[in-house]
Ligand binder design. Structure first.
Ligand code: NCD
Ligand code: ZN
Ligand code: ZN
Length: 438
């Protein structure tokens, strides 16, 4: 770790300018006119320096679906997007429902070195929704699991959901719910409305999401526990969460970049890159999600990075898999959706994409302001450029991005994980250079 790096003339989230000296995995000094003696200088004139982004919702696919992504390739995608930590969803094979599997994912993350990987534990055995998984053993394992989710599936049984909320209180855990009432969404393919009728695709009603969120916030209140709502996608969900927070219920919520940016009309061409769970919704929903993020009803942005092999997407809409990759494009899409129009500023971005997701996941060492003494998890971003987003911008295995060919603002220039550059000059560095072991 002996490397010294001097980042010169960066602009912080609050607009102030500073140099940053990194050494032994920490920011050791800030201020202007720092000496670069013995350090590798990096010119950050005109670049933002922000705390490394933290994704509370990433699908790394390993173990079991390595043709889609691995911990190594997924964390390379994370680094490319300015992320220094990701929470890895449990819908792998085997499912991350035991201490053994979460420790394996943790170790794979440590070996890769591109980002801090915090495994999420399944709520129920095999995501089957029948019996609670060994939540306590996962919490006490070396992976120190604090976030539990059956994501991909909803914990639809209210008694199991109640028990899970009760159980995780003992170790300050949180249940992250994929809110989808299964009986209301059987065979669902896109948002339910006039357009789903026209296209002949089975609709996915907003109430399927909203009814589960309403139930769960009341359960969280009843047992006095923490609830997190994954990928909120409708205006009505924002209303329910706003009501719950006003009532003092301990609920947090996330929105994805794609739900802040894209609408259901994209389904018109039956291009399965736009098929995602929950589905893209109406313009009114996008507006409500943006407003909810701006007023704090929605706490964070999380990518729901969901890589799939080409064959799972290059097929008929009905047969295609749900999901989009999102780590590499996340900040650009958020910039286009809520920063460039003045709804959020860069300090808000540091909060919703770094500090708050770290706090929800009880992750230390990420998300704090860039001050002397803090771990050197940060990235440099140029918000002034724009680029045509292409497969060259994707650093993971998945190419199922809805943004290919679109012009997006901003570019990640460099990322530092624990003081080491994982991205330099806009390019993800080789594994040996990031200090990977194993
Ligand atoms: N978002 C998706 O469309 N797909 C996710 C599952 C999920 O997040 O629900 C996946 O695992 O592929
Ligand atoms: Zn989900
Ligand atoms: Zn997901």
């Amino acid at each position: 770790m002996g490397e010294r790096i001097l980042i010169g003339g960066a602009t912080l989230a609050d607009g102030s300018r500073t140099d940053l000296l990194l050494e032994d995995g920490r920011i050791v000094e800030t201020g202007t006119g720092l000496s670069s003696a013995g350090a590798t200088p990096i010119d950050a004139d005109g670049l933002l320096a922000l705390p490394g982004l933290v994704d509370l919702h990433t699908h790394l696919r390993e173990p079991g679906y390595e043709q889609s992504e691995t911990v190594l390739t997924g964390t390379r995608a994370a680094a490319a997007g300015g992320f220094t930590a990701v929470f890895a969803m449990a819908n792998t094979s085997p499912v991350a429902d035991t201490a053994g599997v979460v420790e394996q994912v943790l170790s794979l993350g440590e070996a890769a070195g591109y980002a801090t990987v915090r495994p999420i534990g399944a709520v129920t055995v095999g995501l089957e929704g029948e019996r609670l998984a060994e939540l306590g053993a996962m919490a006490q394992s070396r992976a120190r699991v604090r976030v539990f989710s059956d994501d991909g599936k909803c914990v639809s049984d209210p008694l199991l959901m109640r028990r899970a909320l009760e159980y995780v209180k003992a170790f300050d855990g949180v249940i992250a719910q994929h809110a989808q009432e299964p009986r209301l969404t059987q065979g669902a393919q896109m948002n339910e409305g006039a357009l789903s009728g026209e296209l002949g695709l089975t609709g996915w009603p907003a109430v399927a999401e909203e009814s589960i969120i309403a139930r769960d916030v009341l359960l969280a209140e009843h047992v006095g526990s923490r609830l997190h709502v994954c990928h909120v996608s409708t205006a009505g969900s924002v209303d329910v969460i706003r009501w719950a927070k006003a009532r003092g219920i301990d609920v947090t919520a996330e929105v994805t970049p794609h739900h802040l940016a894209l609408t259901e009309e994209l389904a018109t061409g039956y291009d399965a890159r736009y098929k995602v769970n929950p589905p893209l919704r109406r313009r009114e929903d996008v507006e409500a999600l943006r407003a909810g993020l701006a007023d704090g009803t929605i706490d964070i942005v999380a990518t729901d990075h969901a890589p799939h092999p080409v064959e799972a997407k290059d097929c008929e809409w009905d047969a295609a898999a749900f999901g989009m990759v999102g780590l590499e494009s996340a900040l650009s899409v958020v910039q286009a959706s809520v920063v460039d129009n003045g709804m959020l500023d860069w300090a808000d971005i540091a909060r919703v994409l770094s500090a708050t997701p770290a706090r929800i996941g009880r992750l230390e060492g990420h998300g704090s302001p860039l001050e002397a003494g803090a771990p050197a998890n940060l990235f440099l971003y140029d918000p002034t450029v724009s680029r045509s987003f292409s497969t060259a911008d994707l650093a993971g295995k998945g190419v199922n991005s809805p943004y290919l060919g679109l012009t997006l603002p901003g570019r990640v220039v460099a990322t530092f994980h624990q003081g080491r550059a994982t991205v330099l000059d806009g390019a993800v560095r080789d594994a040996e250079e990031v200090g990977a072991r194993g």
